[in-house]
Design a protein around this ligand. Structure first.
Ligand code: ATP
Ligand code: MG
Length: 267
């Protein structure tokens, strides 16, 4: 059964997609079977995985509206070594069209359930909003990864996101937890980065991932080649950091979400 994680932060441009795509590639390198779910009409995760979003025969849009299943809509990222449930701008319409449908918050969850045994991990790249799409992501997931830039305003939106996660946990998805905060685009030369980073550690303790993703131009260049940074330039500092993050995730997941031993289940 796949473990499902949302990469979420309603702030725009904080590194959600870069994290989702590179974590997918990092986990694939660790021989994990991964499905990257693009839940953003911008389709950046789709493009970053090397898939042309304008020539899709079906996408997550059809899946959410019940017109296709994941097994039909998924495509392989040959560069990344993982599968992608792709998105394009059509998905923006789903938000409105889903309003009419029953159980609209759990449509992604139901769809992903059918392929759960095909994967070890599913990573959902959320749009920069606390919208119906993000709600579908949070309802489908076991946990949330929150990428954050260590800058002055970084903490401002965090309480809205944490409150949303708490509400979803209480009302819709008791499995949901915050797996961790990931410091991204980190600039070691900036005193402010160090200060905010220390603040995060003192507030959130071991909810802050040990791995820090540095600001690295190779990560920003990779999408224009349709490749995750991890495969585009494996020796770059950014790629190395995401590979280390993949290993930290595997370790954290086995610790935090350890399934009870088989004997205990039978007892
Ligand atoms: P949106 O909210 O629009 O979906 P996002 O949170 O998904 O944005 P990204 O698209 O991942 O953010 O990143 C925003 C920009 O910052 C992109 O141009 C990306 O290439 C760049 N970027 C992300 N992480 C890094 C990094 N560690 N070093 C350098 N550039 C980065
Ligand atoms: Mg994005």
């Amino acid at each position: 059964m796949a473990k499902i994680f949302c990469v979420a932060n309603q702030k725009g441009g904080v590194g959600k997609t870069t994290t989702a795509v590179n974590l997918a590639a990092g986990l694939a390198q660790l021989k994990q079977r991964v499905l990257l779910v693009d839940l953003d009409p911008q389709g950046n995760a789709t493009m970053g995985a090397g898939i042309n979003k304008s020539t899709l025969t079906s996408s997550i849009y059809e899946v959410l509206l019940g017109m296709a299943d994941v097994a039909t809509a998924r495509v392989r990222s040959e560069n990344g070594g993982f599968d992608v449930l792709p998105a394009n701008r059509e998905l923006a319409g789903a938000e409105v069209e889903m309003v009419e449908l029953e159980q609209r918050e759990t449509r992604l969850k139901q769809a992903l359930r059918l392929v759960a045994d095909d994967y070890d991990f599913m990573l959902i790249d959320c749009p920069p909003a606390l919208s119906m799409l993000t709600l579908n992501g949070l309802c489908a997931a076991h946990g949330v990864i929150i990428p954050m830039q260590c800058e002055y305003y970084a903490l401002e939106g965090l309480s809205d996101l944490v409150n949303t996660i708490k509400k979803v946990h209480a009302k819709l998805n008791p499995d949901l937890k915050i797996i961790g905060l990931l410091r991204v685009m980190f600039d070691t030369r900036m005193t402010l980065s160090q200060q905010v980073s220390a603040q995060l550690e003192s507030h959130f303790g071991d909810k802050v991932f040990k791995t820090i993703i540095p600001r690295n131009v190779r990560l920003a260049e990779a999408p224009s080649y349709g490749m995750p940074g991890v495969t585009f330039d494996p020796s770059s500092k950014g790629a190395q950091a995401y590979i280390a993050f993949g290993a930290e995730m595997v370790q954290r997941v086995s610790q935090q979400m350890a399934e009870p031993p088989r004997a205990a289940v039978q007892a």
